[in-house]
Design a protein around this ligand. Sequence first.
Ligand SMILES: *Cc1c(COP(=O)(O)O)cnc(C)c1O
Length: 401
Amino acid sequence: MQHVLRLQPDNQTAISLLEQIDNLKSKPKQLINMIKYPIVKPVLPELGKYQRYIESSFERCWLTNKGPLHQELEVRLAEYLGVENLMLVANGTLALQVAYKALELQGDVITTPFSFAATAGSLKWQNLRPEFVDVDPTSLNLCPKKIDEFFSLKNTSNVNALVAVHVFGNPCEVDRIDELAQKHRLKVIYDAAHAFGSQYKKQSLLNYGDASTLSLHATKIFHCVEGGAIIFKCKETLEKAKQLINFGFDSNNNPQYTGINAKMSEMHAAMGLALFDRIDEILQKRQALVYEYKKQLNGYLQFQTWHAEGENNGAYMPVVFDSEQSLLSTMQHLTYKGIQSRRYFYPSLSEVPAYGMHGDTPIANDISRRILCLPMYFDLSKSTIGEIANVIKASFRDEPA
Ligand SMILES: *Cc1c(COP(=O)(O)O)cnc(C)c1O
């Protein structure tokens, strides 16, 4: 910031920025104390349970490299989720990157602008070119009709893959995307970071596409502090990816591919195992919280329309406002009351210069400006939701709650 000031001593923006920073410097403690209800809060296992896993790891002195905890979690997760060919990795972003590498993605990749930075960022990181196609305004997922239009209107000779996101856990139009993938010979990767436990036609949503990736980050439904997983359609791709995450080594420790290190450690797997028995309880509670929010806020705000073949997994609580101004006003009311909220996802990834800005996506850009995520975590209570809903309702009357 000082750099900016030196170059432009009388620049109004730089000065106001500096003022803001000074304000923040004097208030960090106050700001932290002000948060009564955070936007997310990791769910924690009983400490003793976690300790017992760590102790077993100490006794073996086996800390990483496909240890017994890693192996146990991998097997149990695949079974729980109802999938085959699941592998654990160090985080959800590496899960995407390793999936792209294993499936040999090249050139231009169709993707959604309405997602977290990692979806487009992981593509750019591997010198792939994100081609943003617009979303459906109600499901908030990549729109199959727009994908088809994209192929009829644009030069798509360099497009051979599609990365879609089950936004907030809501299933994409997977059957339609399958058809399009066959028609246009696309490899399909689903960023399923939000879709832990999401079902489609009473089966795991993770069984669609050539690969689906999960994030097991502390803020997600189920977590390993940091972690991720990839579910491949094909066993051969899985075997290759297992080599890729360990420097590309084959069984003789010779590098067969250009690999990377994306292994999950035993300490991280221990967290997953310690939480494992609570997965059902966590999902049920979160679903009940979403239900409560919707009951309280019905008629005041718009909600994402869930796929008719699935059920909300309670990953997030997004609400859509009529205008950005209305969102900002409510956000301010919430902040005053110590209720954290988050503009998620904002901005639309197609408006971020770093991701190349290829594609015309007015719907995603508009939704991004009007969508807000409300506190959602296992420890939240129904009465807190009532409190939060009252602040929101009062904000519409522009009254203090
Ligand atoms: C959290 C998230 C990721 C990244 O996962 P990490 O485990 O944090 O690396 C990727 N995509 C989406 C949509 C996410 O929400």
